[in-house]
Write a protein that binds this ligand. Structure first.
Ligand SMILES: *Cc1c(COP(=O)(O)O)cnc(C)c1O
Length: 461
């Protein structure tokens, strides 16, 4: 069963190097950012876009300061990465200490303790008390690729089940696993074979709103059995809360029903917690909210305070099925990134960042629900308010319908930026505003960011 978690009622201010307040001193973007934008256009391809036209100079706690001296409220954490802040003191100190000794030896050549300690931590922190093994990589996509490799080898089967709206990365295999074509996949094929996409549980957009989580899971299972056959299925790969696809929280019972079916059929259940992991949803991992124990978990983003690190942790017998030398990479589990991860995990424990994520939910969700009511409830432009912890979203629709409204969503994000609040969007239809504040943000700064967001939504709809 999932644990019952208590929720702190406040977000006290933590010590910070930069003043924790929003302040604009130039227009946005300012002259120095515009100049950098011009230089960039001459050397960086347009395919590598940035959602913000402002260039960062400093960042700390809940604030990003740009090269023109403007201070923005950060409600994105560099896509759920800097949960401990972008320059958390313990992370900075650990990185400094490590680089003074060695930056790299290659774990496949000369191993070091930091890697082993990260593996020990992840064995303790991830759900389940079975024997576990961990292998480290650099990016979320690389972790997902390796989880699939492990599941295929361990089962001797090939098919991988993924879901509508899924996002798993941009490498060749993970593009194939990802649902949305533009901008991630269009014209980048051919994609890898043996990937099967199943219907997700998406309560707000379910044709039959009464469909329960277990029923939605059986809908997918029935297709798996018909299209692939359990005996040919290596893995079910799923984000417990979908990230890029729109912060979709499946109906209660969906994940446990899939996980149970996987266990009964020798199918590896892989939770992609690259975005939802590390206290983001108010627990160490989002799987915990429904007591799901994945066979393999992929992790990255929040793991190391912004340093590139990713991991696959899972059942010892699955990871140990791989022959010696079958898993690795030059930089995987880099010692500086491992030092940063250990300091990040200590900081998460010391500051109870999972508790702070729950406090963020308790502060934000009632405000967004009240705004939705004020603007017309079910007939208004806010179709849905959802999420867990500090992974929260507002889905915008054309009033009186469920038709996605990506234009208004874009306008809201732009209006927030102009007022000094960095907000990201997501969703298959681009109509979801997502809130991913650093978990160290204080109540006053978060409240200020929300005031700006609410004003922007009222003005745009
Ligand atoms: C971001 C993300 C990835 C890919 O991670 P990268 O580090 O960008 O390769 C994979 N899965 C999920 C759920 C993600 O959110």
């Amino acid at each position: 069963m999932a644990p019952t978690l208590s929720t702190p009622t406040a977000l006290p201010a933590l010590e910070a190097r930069l003043p924790q307040r929003r302040e604009l001193v130039t227009e946005v973007p300012g002259p120095r950012s515009r100049e950098l934008q011009e230089r960039r256009a001459a050397v960086v391809p347009r395919g590598a876009v940035s959602s913000m036209p402002v260039y960062a100079e400093d960042a700390d706690g809940g604030v990003i300061r740009d090269v023109d001296g403007n201070s923005f409220v950060d409600l994105g954490s560099g896509i759920a990465v800097t949960s401990v802040g972008a320059s958390a003191p313990a992370v900075v100190a650990a990185v400094r200490e490590q680089v003074e000794h060695f930056t790299h030896t290659c774990f496949m050549v000369t191993p070091y303790e930091g890697y082993v300690r990260v593996a020990e931590e992840l064995a303790r922190l991830t759900p389940g008390d079975h024997a576990k093994r961990t292998v480290l990589f650099n990016s979320g996509a690389e972790a997902v690729e390796n989880a699939v490799k492990i599941a295929r080898l361990a089962t001797g089967r090939q098919a991988v089940v993924v879901f509508d709206h899924a996002y798993h990365g941009r490498t060749n295999l993970t593009m194939g696993l990802t649902a949305k074509t533009m901008p991630y996949k269009t014209n980048f094929g051919p994609f890898a074979p043996e990937i099967y996409r199943m219907p997700m549980s998406y309560p707000y957009r379910e044709e039959n709103p009464a469909l329960t989580g277990p029923e939605a899971a059986r809908r997918a299972i029935s297709q798996i059995e018909k299209q692939i056959g359990a005996g040919s299925t290596a893995a079910i790969l799923i984000e417990p809360i979908q990230g890029e696809g729109g912060f979709i929280v499946p109906a209660e019972g969906f994940l446990p029903t899939l996980a149970d079916w996987a266990r009964e059929n020798g199918v590896v259940f892989i939770a992609d917690e690259v975005q939802s992991g590390f206290c983001r949803t108010g627990a160490w991992f989002a799987s915990e909210h429904e007591g799901v124990v994945p066979d393999l978990i992929t992790m990255a983003k929040g793991i190391a305070g912004g340093m590139p690190l990713s991991a696959v942790t899972g059942r010892a017998e699955l990871l140990d099925a791989v022959h010696p030398g079958g898993l690795g990479g030059t930089y995987g589990g880099n010692p500086v990134a491992c030092a940063a991860a250990l300091a990040t995990l200590d900081t998460m424990r010391e500051l109870d960042l999972a508790g702070r994520a729950r406090a963020i939910e308790a502060l934000v969700v009632p405000r967004l629900r009240a705004l939705a009511e004020e603007l017309g409830g079910a007939q208004g432009p806010i179709g849905d308010v959802r999420g867990r912890g500090a992974m929260l979203a507002v889905e915008l629709v054309k009033p009186g319908t469920q038709e996605p409204d990506p234009e208004t969503t874009k306008a809201v994000a732009a209006a927030c930026l102009a007022e000094g609040v960095l907000i990201l969007t997501c969703g298959t239809h681009g109509n979801v505003i997502r809130l991913l504040p650093p978990l160290v943000i204080d109540e006053q700064l978060l409240g200020d960011g929300l005031d700006v967001l609410e004003t922007a939504i009222r003005a745009a709809v």
